[in-house]
Ligand binder design. Structure first.
Ligand SMILES: Cc1cc2nc3c(=O)[nH]c(=O)nc-3n(C[C@H](O)[C@H](O)[C@H](O)COP(=O)(O)O)c2cc1C
Length: 178
């Protein structure tokens, strides 16, 4: 009984701690995989969700998507994205989710990371991929997000597999805010 009470007390303290840091989950998705992980992270960490959207939507054909992404990456083009939430300054921790494109963060996510809006915040990246793993995604997040505290121990998985993402998100947030 004593042990149970102690467990409840510790659990409550951990939850209170998690709730203290204002947390946002920002993500971009083309086919829903990254969105699926983002929604779980938001639920598990009591965070708000923000979908990064392009001003000019990407083509719907896979071949055209890969060609355009390749061109943007090689030319260093940052495609315009729709405005982020007005209250973004209030968040301490921002999980940033992306599909892996050519071994790195998708170009709309690069626009967000390079914008400077995350300066001074803790940024925790996560990605979904098609078999190539996270590759350079986390290291590139740290390079792009100047003045951010980027946790490079991000989460990645294949396609729509979300196994372990909730546990990882809670642990990362606890560590980032202790
Ligand atoms: C333009 C483009 C480039 C991609 N490049 C890679 C890659 O380099 N490595 C990889 O494993 N998967 C690659 N993929 C596959 C996606 O990362 C994967 O399908 C991802 O889960 C899609 O996430 P989404 O449904 O949130 O868009 C690429 C997909 C696209 C559209």
């Amino acid at each position: 009984m004593k042990k149970l009470l102690l467990a409840i007390l510790i659990g409550g303290a951990l939850m209170a701690n998690t709730a203290k840091a204002r947390t946002l989950v920002a993500y971009f998705t083309l086919t829903g995989n990254t969105e699926k992980a983002a929604k779980i992270i938001a639920e598990e960490t009591n965070a708000d969700l923000y979908q990064i959207e392009l001003v000019t939507p990407y083509p719907s054909e896979y071949k055209e998507q890969t060609e355009l992404a390749k061109k943007e990456l090689s030319e260093g083009t940052l495609p315009a994205i729709k405005p982020w939430p007005e209250n973004i300054g209030e968040y301490d921790v921002v999980f940033v989710g992306s599909p892996v494109w050519w071994g790195t963060m998708a170009t709309p996510v690069r626009t967000f990371l390079a914008s400077g809006v995350l300066k001074g915040k803790t940024v925790i990246p996560f990605v979904t991929h098609g078999g190539g793993g996270a590759d350079n995604s986390f290291a590139d997040t740290a390079k792009l997000c100047e003045g951010c505290n980027v946790i490079t121990d991000g989460w990645s998985n294949y396609g729509s597999i979300t196994m372990g993402v909730g546990r990882w998100a809670k642990k990362s947030l606890e560590e980032a805010t202790k």
